[in-house]
Design a binder for this molecule. Structure first.
Ligand SMILES: NC(=O)C1=CN([C@@H]2O[C@H](COP(=O)(O)OP(=O)(O)OC[C@H]3O[C@@H](n4cnc5c(N)ncnc54)[C@H](O)[C@@H]3O)[C@@H](O)[C@H]2O)C=CC1
Ligand SMILES: O=C(O)C1=N[C@H](C(=O)O)C[C@H](O)C1
Length: 259
């Protein structure tokens, strides 16, 4: 089951499920075309697959897994409801807070169902996060710049938030920049996560990009990842789907699934 099949990511996910032998698309969720088949919508892949308006309706078809690629509000509702309905959620949708994750993690435990929230499915982005943690131990002066297409709703990106959280677990607390610095224009120094600055760029022509820049005496280190298309995320979606079918409990971040 895929929610958001008309979106940039949802379209790729439909193709992924279609080409994987061990996966079967039981339906898609789209509030606009409920009751039709994908083919009839003329905006989705021409498949004889039912479109449901809501997750509750889609659940009648007994899907094992829900892949949610929608928006923050819908993603949160879908994740909770999927667990309540006994469906294993794989959520790529970003915009989850720490509180959301804690509550949903408890629910997944209680229901003994596998669940994944992955702020980024691209293996290169996962490696960027892991390498950033390694670098931050030795170079704690760090800022993050993420760049995305201008249709993105949330800022900072889920990837930037996760990167900052992972770095802050090893970085001594400290505010980046001069202690007396002042912003003549509000926001000039970016968002602040435990003293770390995070800058979000939104431009047409961009897809998904992130730089983590470390500074030290007489040197800088830049770790950069670029997703050039949405196909870059699909191996991670596959990994997450396979994981939830054989596990119980919620995993936040694919870095927890690779060595
Ligand atoms: N984890 C990852 O690796 C990635 C995550 N994302 C995240 O995935 C989400 C989707 O991204 P895009 O595909 O670029 O966005 P998009 O805007 O192209 O697609 C979102 C789709 O969700 C649909 N939608 C909204 N409410 C819905 C509902 N109630 N039921 C069913 N469908 C609904 C919209 O109609 C739209 O087609 C965003 O939160 C984005 O940040 C995007 C790329 C990679
Ligand atoms: O909206 C996007 O496009 C992306 N969203 C995710 C995020 O917020 O980090 C993953 C990737 O950066 C693409």
């Amino acid at each position: 089951m895929i929610a958001g099949p008309r979106g940039n990511m949802g379209r790729e996910a439909v193709k992924l499920v279609q080409r994987e032998e061990n996966m079967q698309l039981t339906g898609v969720i789209d509030y606009k075309f409920g009751g039709m088949t994908m083919q009839e919508t003329e905006t989705m892949e021409p498949l004889q697959i039912p479109v449901y308006e809501t997750l509750d309706e889609a659940a009648e078809n007994k899907p094992d897994v829900l892949i949610d690629l929608t928006n923050p509000e819908t993603g949160k509702k879908h994740l909770r409801r999927a667990l309540e309905l006994g469906i294993r959620p794989v959520v790529g949708t970003t915009g989850f807070t720490d509180d959301d994750i804690n509550v949903l993690s408890e629910l997944a435990e209680e229901k003994e169902l596998g669940a994944v929230i992955a702020p980024n499915f691209a293996i290169g982005a996962i490696l960027l996060m892991k390498l950033s943690v390694m670098a931050a131990k030795y170079m704690p002066n760090v800022e993050i710049i993420e760049q995305h297409h201008d249709r993105k709703l949330d800022a900072p990106s889920g990837t930037a938030m996760k990167t900052a959280q992972m770095i802050s677990a090893v970085r001594p607390a400290g505010s980046q920049g001069h202690p007396d610095e002042e912003e003549a224009w509000q926001g000039a120094r970016g968002a602040d996560y435990e003293g770390m600055k995070v800058h979000s760029v939104r431009l047409p022509g961009r897809v998904a990009h992130q730089e983590v820049i470390f500074g030290g005496e007489g040197q800088t280190l830049t770790i950069r990842h670029d997703s050039l298309n949405r196909a870059s995320f699909m191996p991670g979606v596959k990994m997450a789907v396979e994981h939830v079918t054989v596990s119980a409990g919620l995993v936040y971040g694919l870095e927890n699934l690779i060595d």
